[in-house]
Design a binder for this molecule. Structure first.
Ligand SMILES: [Cu+2]
Length: 76
């Protein structure tokens, strides 16, 4: 998995875009405030989605299928 728990700094209000390819069906979840943002990924098909980093703090973006943290978004 790449990246693997990489820390990424972004300014509050930034639009964050996820470009994901996977060899298995997955659900990518940005654990931002509230329900966060979820991106459905089909095996072998590139998936793209974006959300606004509206709140400051540290948020995990994880793969629900692998149960691993892909990136940690530090919004300030
Ligand atoms: Cu999650």
């Amino acid at each position: 998995m790449t990246p693997n728990a990489e820390k990424i700094d972004v300014a509050q209000g930034t639009t964050v875009t996820l470009n994901v390819t996977s060899d298995q069906d997955d659900e990518i979840h940005a654990h931002t405030a509230g329900d966060g943002y979820e991106l459905e990924v089909k095996a072998g098909e590139p998936a793209t989605g974006s959300f606004v980093a509206a709140d400051t703090g540290s948020f995990e973006i994880e793969s629900h299928h692998l149960e691993k943290v892909i990136a940690i978004l530090n919004v300030r």
